[in-house]
Design a protein around this ligand. Structure first.
Ligand SMILES: Cc1cc2nc3c(=O)[nH]c(=O)nc-3n(C[C@H](O)[C@H](O)[C@H](O)COP(=O)(O)OP(=O)(O)OC[C@H]3O[C@@H](n4cnc5c(N)ncnc54)[C@H](O)[C@@H]3O)c2cc1C
Length: 370
């Protein structure tokens, strides 16, 4: 019987990993995903403002790849038996090798009131819920100073000029950007009418806005929470070694540090570079991690030596609405260089990168340099 590789999660990293595994190994590859569509998560702020996203059925993206697709939710990983249990069938799915690629979701439990009152752009359903809500909204607060929060605030302000958008962050505006990048972001938010509340720690979300740690109330009839992501608990529940955030801990070959038959990619895994630096949760890191993981898995199955993960950052690509953008060039460790690309050219650059991810999902490859 052929060796069976099962990939759980068909996001950016899992879909690519499944297709690459089918190409690079002789194993029978099965991909399990909760939904039947590929979700372009990096465009969910666009969905939230009413733009239409491409419909990407997984069966189409998998056509001709040899990967079997199961659309169902994984409810349990039985590490001892090496089987998976699913929500909608009593049949189990056996694996010899498991690729864990379940991604991440918004963390709605970190601050009181978030789960009850806030909206997010972390999943397609949540983005659509926000889209409906905006119709009845006058003042909206985006909480979270990371790239997702910046992109969401800009997109909302550009698409809804009559909506007052407040951007609330615990640190400085664009803290991870160079001085030029911060300056450009500040000017863009001014142009879009986004009001910035920097160094503001939110202690509670209420129906009428935010309560800050210093007791101040920031009024908003809609709150968009982008201030943290969490990962599914299945890895920890299965007894796999996980970090403090529940992410599968992996070695330089992307193998679980406790269960070598398990490989972790994307947001759900804590992937480190040789320097010890952890890769940030991003599509930009998920795709190379999938390429490297499959290369390592194929080498291991073929009895070849494999190279440890090598990775360097090049840039951070930020959309600022549909007509503006900010490309922050970075050093190998993701720290900002002074150089930035801005404006219309940056918007086009970002759009090309985002389109490129779907082209990659259609035709994934592993470069020889890996
Ligand atoms: C609005 C927004 C904008 C972003 N912009 C950028 C950007 O510009 N650049 C960038 O690099 N990153 C960006 N990101 C981050 C990026 O989207 C994630 O890092 C990326 O999606 C992670 O890929 P992944 O494959 O690990 O998981 P995901 O893409 O999250 O996919 C996980 C898959 O697993 C499935 N799944 C989960 N649980 C189960 C289960 N129990 N059973 C079966 N299936 C399950 C899910 O349905 C999903 O299909 C953005 C994120 C958001 C929300």
């Amino acid at each position: 019987m052929a060796l069976r590789i099962v990939v759980v999660g068909a996001g950016y990293s899992g879909l690519a990993a499944a297709k690459l595994a089918a190409k690079w190994t002789d194993a029978q590859v099965t991909l399990i995903n909760a939904g039947d569509r590929f979700v372009e998560r990096v465009r969910l702020h666009q969905l939230a403002v009413g733009q239409r996203l491409r419909d990407l059925p997984l069966v189409d993206l998998l056509a001709g790849s040899g990967v079997d697709l199961i659309v169902d939710r994984v409810t349990e990983i039985d590490a001892a038996q090496r089987v998976l249990r699913l929500a909608n069938t009593s049949q189990v799915v056996r694996y010899d090798r498991l690729v864990y690629a379940l991604g991440s979701a918004a963390d709605m439990d970190s601050v009181p009131g978030v789960a009850e009152h806030a909206y997010t752009v972390a999943t397609g359903d949540q983005a659509l819920r926000l889209r409906e809500r905006i119709a009845d909204s006058d003042v909206l607060a985006v909480v979270g100073g990371g790239l997702t929060g910046i992109e969401a605030a800009a997109e909302l302000a550009e698409a809804h000029p009559g909506l007052k958008v407040r951007f609330v962050t615990g640190g400085a505006l664009g803290a991870a950007l160079s001085e030029r990048g911060q300056d450009y972001l500040r000017r863009t938010f001014d142009r879009l009418g986004v009001e910035v509340r920097a160094h503001a720690k939110v202690s509670e979300v209420r129906a009428d806005g935010l309560l800050l740690a210093d007791g101040e109330h920031v009024a908003a009839d809609t709150v968009v929470w982008t201030a943290g992501f969490k990962v599914p608990e299945l890895a920890g529940e299965a007894g796999f070694a996980v970090d403090d955030h529940g992410r599968l801990t992996v070695d330089e070959m992307l193998r679980s540090t406790s269960h070598p038959e398990v490989t972790g990619v994307g947001d759900a895994a804590a992937v480190r570079m040789r320097t010890g630096q952890e890769l940030r949760m991003a599509c930009a890191t998920g795709l190379p991690s999938a390429q490297h993981a499959v290369r390592a898995l194929a080498d291991q199955l073929a009895g070849r030596e494999t190279r440890p993960l090598r990775f360097r950052y090049f840039n951070q690509c930020i959309s600022l609405g549909r007509r503006d953008g900010l490309i922050q060039f970075v050093h190998a460790d993701d720290s900002p260089r002074e150089a930035v690309l801005t404006g219309r050219k940056a918007a086009l650059y970002k759009e090309a990168i985002v389109r490129g991810t779907v082209i990659f999902e259609r035709h994934p490859v592993i470069p020889t340099s890996f």
